[in-house]
Design a protein around this ligand. Structure first.
Ligand code: ADP
Length: 819
């Protein structure tokens, strides 16, 4: 019992690099530095006493006096555990703070002369007492909690006292027994998770009052957290629902964060909150967005729910609430833009200008929705763009082709994984304004299936009565579509549902003539392609003959889409030469084969001769008009009829009617009844893979049947269209303009139309009308009289034709169909 009580004296020193130890507990110390190992060895040979002193700078390896604080702790070595030579852990009991008077030796280890640290205080004893009591109360709360935790964990783990956390060794009674304020501070410190600097300050501070005050804030925090935890515990008692538990915990976490002033931790939520404040969204939308934010602030940012909520808020922010552009309702400027961007299309342009004029005069009126109908490549979409630019509005195009799912229009509910708003709301986001021009492309190709009816959703979008409050399933809050200007495009009207059609005003665009295509190519397509390929205007010219060749031999279409593609191909081929520095390049017709390859469409009119049983009909398709050959053959049989070439039901009925009419009028037409009874008839439409339907081939089918039975050939430069009835009338049909343009493209000279279709020819450009010989018929006989030539003088070749099971002369054999 010599030096255990007398503090002053000389002791081996262990400098501590990173740790700071305060008196009052037992704990382990890692010893690694050689000098420290020597010091421990010396102490264990003597009285096990040592002084530990924290370093001022942890980086110093061999500290001198100036590198050490002037206060340390006198400690007693309780146990030494050797890991390897020169590395061990000492369990120490830390006794009291000492003042380092001097280092009396530095080799082979540090030795310090120390003296007891006299407690000082500037405060009154009452103040010190009061503060001490306060600290004690807090510490009691903290210690109680630590013991409660220990109690519960010891139920689970073994009661191995060596694994106990040293700081939980204090009991409430022990705390209550600590009278000395400095000892109280030392006892409290391990519970407070203090930083090294705070611990060092507590170690070196001589003033008791200051030491007490220094730990009060941390103790207070610790006690608050404990109190809230206790509340949660009470609330959760008996509550088994996991979600409820989570909610309560998150609430508390937020409260704790608020109490600790850490509320603004989540920068992302704050950022979104600011954006919501700055956004022009309406109050109702803002409320929804804020609600999501407050949900987010209670969730872990890694949770899927958090991300769903964030995506939702971001989507809300991207919708251009209340952002609009000002309309430029200047009709003459609009006319200028339309004229500059599109050749021809006079009727359509006039209709668009009327539309804009009405907008100007009655801005509040919604006005009809324009539906531009026509074959591909006639400029429907690009007209929509021009309308947007002439109005000074933003332009968005949405393709509806093949949309089968209502959710594509209206969005998926947020409960779906990866849910997003539908195309309408996405379009608004893209436009960045609430009043863009929206081109809804291919509205005729909307399809319904079990995933809902997108056309029904479109009805709501386009209905001026309903679209003020359009509800997207994802967005959920109503979005105002009433300021959007919708323009729809379609290739055909048949597939558009009637209610949808009722909401729109149809503007028809038909295919272009060669002349019009030339003008479009010269004024628009070629300059555009030159620009896109970086070729100067004067560097490439295509002469008229070559351009016409491109139109006739490389494209066969109603619009100009392929023409644009071919011109792009010419530009590409020429680009190399331009890049190499060639001057002006002129393209003439003979060069096209080099640039574009051999012609793709050769008019077979030139090679065709009048033939028996082959008629040129005219077809209308959504992609424009086309010519269509009808072939007919007979061979010995039993009067059966075969129809092949993908005819639809209506066309089959037409063919049956044609055959019946011919049979009924056989005598008059000079056909032998026995020949009909003993022949099988095969009608085939080449291009067998393409479906064909409609009644308009009636007259042509009849001509073919008459031709084959009478052996009179049909003129090859004639095209025929018209429906028939059994009385032999030629009935009017649709699509006259497209059909006539197609006939002209194919090199036909004479076109037979039902008399009641004469009015439709007024739409046909004058130049075409000039070049075609129109014949109007009221009866089938009118066509027969002109189209069929005289019967050849050669004998009837029928007996030589192979029997019915063999392929027909053109190699097309179809299934046997009922006649
Ligand atoms: P659609 O929507 O009818 O299928 P697009 O609008 O896509 O056709 O037109 C195809 C291309 O042809 C576009 O580059 C367009 O500018 C051009 N085009 C079509 N018609 C005209 C025209 N009358 N004047 C100028 N360019 C035209």
């Amino acid at each position: 019992m010599t030096r255990h009580t007398e503090t002053a004296g000389q002791y081996p020193v262990i400098p501590l690099r990173t740790e700071v130890q305060l008196p009052g507990h037992v704990g382990p110390l890692e010893i690694g530095r050689e000098a420290s190992v020597r010091a421990i060895e010396a102490a264990t040979r003597d009285d096990n006493l040592i002084v530990i002193i924290p370093q001022r700078n942890p980086a110093v390896r061999d500290p001198g006096q100036k590198d050490l604080h002037e206060v340390g702790v006198r400690a007693e070595i309780v146990q030494v555990v050797k890991h390897s030579p020169g590395r061990f852990t000492c369990v120490m009991r830390f006794h009291e703070r000492v003042h380092i008077d001097a280092l009396v030796a530095t080799e082979p280890f540090l030795v310090a002369a120390v003296s007891p640290l006299a407690p000082v205080t500037t405060a009154t004893p009452e103040a010190v007492l009061a503060t001490t009591n306060k600290v004690r109360d807090y510490l009691l709360a903290v210690v109680t909690d630590a013991q409660a935790k220990e109690g519960s964990s010891s139920k689970e783990s073994s009661k191995d006292s060596s694994s106990k956390d040293p700081k939980s060794e204090l009991s409430r009674i022990q705390v209550q027994a600590i009278v000395d304020p400095d000892k109280l501070v030392d006892a409290a410190a391990p519970y407070l998770e203090l930083e090294r600097d705070d611990l060092t300050a507590l170690l070196v501070e001589a003033d008791t009052m200051k030491r007490l005050e220094r730990i009060i804030p941390s103790l207070e925090r610790q006690a608050t957290v404990l109190r809230l935890k206790a509340d949660i515990g009470a609330e959760l008692e008996g509550e088994s629902s996991r979600t409820h538990r989570e909610r309560v915990l998150r609430d508390r976490m937020r409260q704790i964060q608020e109490e600790l002033g850490e509320q603004d931790d989540n920068a992302e939520v704050d950022d979104l909150r600011k954006k919501i404040e700055d956004s022009k969204m309406g109050d109702d939308v803002r409320a929804v967005a804020k609600k999501q934010l407050s949900r987010m602030s209670q969730m872990a940012s890694s949770s899927p729910e958090y991300n769903i909520a964030r995506t939702y808020v971001e989507n809300l922010l991207e919708i251009p609430w209340n952002v609009t552009t000002e309309d430029r309702l200047d009709v003459s400027a609009a006319r200028g833009i339309l004229e500059a961007e599109h050749s021809g299309l006079e009727k359509v342009k006039r209709r668009i200008l009327e539309f804009l004029a009405v907008r100007k005069l009655a801005p509040q009126k919604h006005g009809p929705i324009l539906l531009l109908v026509g074959p591909p490549g006639v400029g429907k979409t690009s007209l929509g763009k021009s309308i947007a630019s002439s109005l000074g509005r933003k332009y968005v195009r949405i393709s509806l082709g093949g949309v089968r799912d209502e959710a594509e229009i209206r969005g998926h509910r947020r409960t779906y994984i990866g849910a997003l708003p539908g195309r309408i709301v996405s379009g608004l986001k893209k436009a960045g304004t609430m009043n863009p021009v929206f081109v809804l492309d291919e509205i005729d190709k909307l399809a319904a299936d079990m995933r809902g009816d997108p056309a029904a959703a479109m009805l709501e979008v386009l209905d001026p009565e309903q679209n003020k409050d359009f509800v997207d399933h994802y967005v959920e809050v109503p979005v105002d579509l009433s300021k959007v200007m919708f323009i729809c495009t379609a290739n055909q009207l048949d597939t558009i549902s009637q209610p949808l059609l009722d909401r729109m005003e149809v503007v028809e665009l038909s295919g272009y003539t060669t002349h019009e295509k030339m003008a479009i190519a010269k004024n628009h397509l070629l300059p555009k392609q030159l620009g896109e390929h970086g070729i100067g205007k004067d560097q490439l010219t295509i002469d008229d003959e070559a351009l016409e060749e491109v139109i006739h031999s490389y494209t066969r279409e109603a619009g100009v889409r392929n023409l644009e593609r071919e011109l792009a191909a010419v530009c590409r081929s020429v680009a190399v030469r331009v890049a190499e520095g060639s001057g002006n390049i002129e393209i003439h017709k003979p060069q096209l084969v080099d640039l574009l390859g051999p012609p793709r469409h050769v008019s077979d009119m030139a090679e065709r001769k009048p033939e028996v049983g082959v008629v040129t009909g005219l077809a209308w398709t959504p992609v424009g008009g086309d010519i269509m050959f009808i072939e007919c053959r007979i061979y010995p049989g039993k009067g059966e009829v075969r129809l092949t070439g993908q005819m639809g039901d209506v066309m089959k009925e037409s063919a049956t009617a044609a055959v019946s009419w011919v049979r009924a009028n056989a005598t008059r037409l000079g056909i032998d009844h026995d020949k009909i009874a003993n022949s099988d008839l095969h009608i085939h439409l080449p291009q067998g893979a393409i479906k064909k339907d409609g009644p308009s081939a009636g007259v042509a089918l009849t001509c073919a049947v008459v031709s084959v039975f009478t052996r009179r050939p049909i003129r090859n430069d004639v095209a025929i269209t018209g429906e028939i009835d059994l009385r032999g009338h030629a009935l009017p049909v649709g699509g006259i303009k497209e059909k006539v343009l197609a006939a002209h493209r194919a090199g036909i000279k004479m076109v037979f139309l039902p008399a009641r279709n004469e009015k439709d020819t007024l739409d046909i450009p004058e130049e075409i009308r000039q070049q075609l010989d129109f014949r109007y018929m009221t009866k089938i006989d009118d066509a027969l009289a002109v189209a069929l030539g005289d019967a050849p003088s050669t004998p009837d070749p029928e007996p030589a034709i192979p029997p019915p099971t063999a392929p027909s002369s053109r190699g097309s054999v179809g299934e046997r169909l009922p006649s």
